[in-house]
Design a binder for this molecule. Structure first.
Ligand SMILES: [Zn+2]
Length: 508
């Protein structure tokens, strides 16, 4: 007898189909070509146990199973289910005709339960590649599923019995339905609870609308983290393609996203190293033929969402420097580590920093105990090229002047803010003209504050974002002036002027 079905293998962030073919003959052996001896032995024990638990007897023939491509999966246990299905077809428990167009994944427990690594949720992608008409995955990974086309349903099962009942038609499983795009939920930190003045609130809106990374400097308790979380609350929902990419990135790391449409929010702790940020080569049993696999880092896990880097000066220098290229290009390049892979990492970054080791430099109410040299050395940890990558700088204050809603024309409710952000992100930026007054304002600012060439590029982008927020399709002097106001920490003389001020100086 000959039976064929499909499983799926994960490699890096890709999922590929694996054909599983069984041929029976005389004898008693169980042999799997394309899987190492010890893995095949373990699989045999699990599958035989699961069959026994369900009341099915192991066949009295020699079974040879061939996996193609062989040795392909990062999670070989996920091939238990297709292996069990060809054996069940061999003993007549399921009709063999159901199998050639089915792609299934899941590892079996000795009690017949079906489990799975989150990458299994993307088996539908492998199914599509193999031309399968249906996908079967463990029910527990279903929420992370990439979904499927209208003609290729995805089913979730909790155990082998449910799979068999489905395939025999005794009790068909319901097909999984992609959750409709959620209406914008109320954010965790509403915009109108933000601790900040108009300059601050507008900075947060500009950051979200223009995808400008933001650096917040202020004493502890001045609402830096609150601002970052409010920023997350006004990011627009993901579209289908973004959502799928993100689910695959999360699955490669073994994570399931409960709400597939919500932009991710990641906030690794300051001790995290380079590998945690940009990703790493998967080691140990993740080693597969044909090259190493990769585990995505925080920059990729926050793709199309927000990455909060708290207390940036506390991060190691290599970790800080490794941020520079991904912040600019939106991808992480792991080419030099091993093999060659680029992972998407287009996230918005909100970094926070205390202004000095004790935290109270620039604070109007509490006294800073640090010497000028200590403050300077602390802030020097943020290198010029790194600060360059943050187009929006915000100083947070103990008691900011609250926004007066009567005179404030920008949105203060999350839904309106998200609509603004969405509109500006979709606007055509290819040709936004600058008035002569705007150009001259920018030139003066660049000269006066001795800003770098890269700063000029980001200043232009922020000014354009500001113009687009106000529904203007050209940049005026006002837009350029406001963009310059958000460029604080790399101004020549900024530290000296902050130091000499008795109270925090307002930007001018
Ligand atoms: Zn201090």
């Amino acid at each position: 007898m000959f039976v064929r079905t499909y499983g799926a293998a994960s490699r890096g962030v890709d999922v590929l189909p694996v054909s599983v073919e069984l041929r029976s003959g005389r004898g008693i052996q169980f042999h799997v070509a394309g899987m190492s001896g010890s893995l095949a032995r373990d699989a045999f024990l699990r599958i035989r146990g699961a069959l026994q638990a369900g009341g099915w007897a192991w066949p009295r023939e020699a079974l040879t199973v061939s996996l193609s491509p062989g040795h392909a999966s990062l999670h070989p246990e996920d091939l238990d289910l297709p292996l069990a299905l060809v054996v069940l077809a061999q003993i007549g428990a399921i009709p063999p005709t159901t199998l050639p167009h089915l792609c299934s994944v899941g590892s079996l427990g000795l009690d017949g339960s079906l489990r799975g690594h989150p990458t299994g949720a993307h088996a539908a992608l492998a199914a599509a590649e193999a031309g399968c008409r249906a996908t079967l995955v463990p029910a527990e990974v279903l929420p992370a599923s990439s979904g499927s086309g209208p003609d290729a349903p995805v089913y979730g099962a909790r155990n082998l019995r449910e799979v068999v009942d489905h395939l025999t038609g005794a009790r068909p499983l319901p097909r999984w339905v992609h959750r409709a795009q959620a209406a914008s939920a109320e954010p965790e930190v509403p915009l109108n609870r933000l601790h900040g003045d108009e300059h601050h609130l507008r900075g947060v809106l500009l950051a979200a609308a223009g995808e400008h990374h933001v650096l917040m400097l202020g004493s502890p308790g001045t609402g830096k983290s609150l601002s970052a979380r409010a920023l997350h609350g006004i990011l627009p929902a993901l579209d289908r393609a973004e959502s799928q990419t993100l689910r695959r990135l999360h699955a490669a790391k073994g994570l399931i996203r409960p709400d597939p449409w919500e932009p991710p929010l990641r906030s690794p702790h300051a001790g995290s190293g380079v590998a945690a940020l940009i990703g790493s080569r998967a080691g140990g049993r993740h080693q597969v033929d044909g090259g190493a696999a990769f585990l995505p880092g925080e920059l990729s896990l926050a793709h199309r969402g927000l990455l909060i880097l708290d207390e940036l000066p506390e991060w190691s220098r290599p970790a800080m420097e490794t941020l520079r290229i991904p912040l600019e290009r939106g991808v992480v390049d792991l080419a030099r580590a091993a093999g060659s892979i680029q992972l998407p990492a287009r996230c918005l970054v909100a970094a926070t920093a205390n202004p000095c080791p004790c935290g109270y430099f620039m604070d109007a109410e509490r006294r800073c105990r640090c010497t000028p040299a200590q403050v300077r050395n602390y802030l020097k940890r943020l290198s010029g090229p790194l600060i360059d990558r943050f187009p929006i700088h915000l100083e947070t204050r103990v008691a900011p002047a609250p926004v007066n809603p009567e005179q404030w024309e920008w949105p203060t409710e999350a839904a309106a803010a998200r609509a603004l952000v969405q509109r500006v992100r979709q606007a055509d930026r290819s040709n936004v003209p600058w008035t002569e007054a705007a150009e001259s304002c920018l030139r003066q600012g660049m000269r006066r504050w001795r800003l770098s060439g890269r700063a000029q590029t980001s200043l232009r982008q922020v000014a354009e974002t500001h113009a687009l927020c106000l529904e203007r399709h050209h940049v005026d002097e006002e837009d350029a002036a406001i963009a310059l106001q958000y460029r604080v920490f790399d101004r020549a003389g900024w530290l000296e002027s902050a130091w000499s001020a008795e109270r925090p100086k307002h930007r001018g």
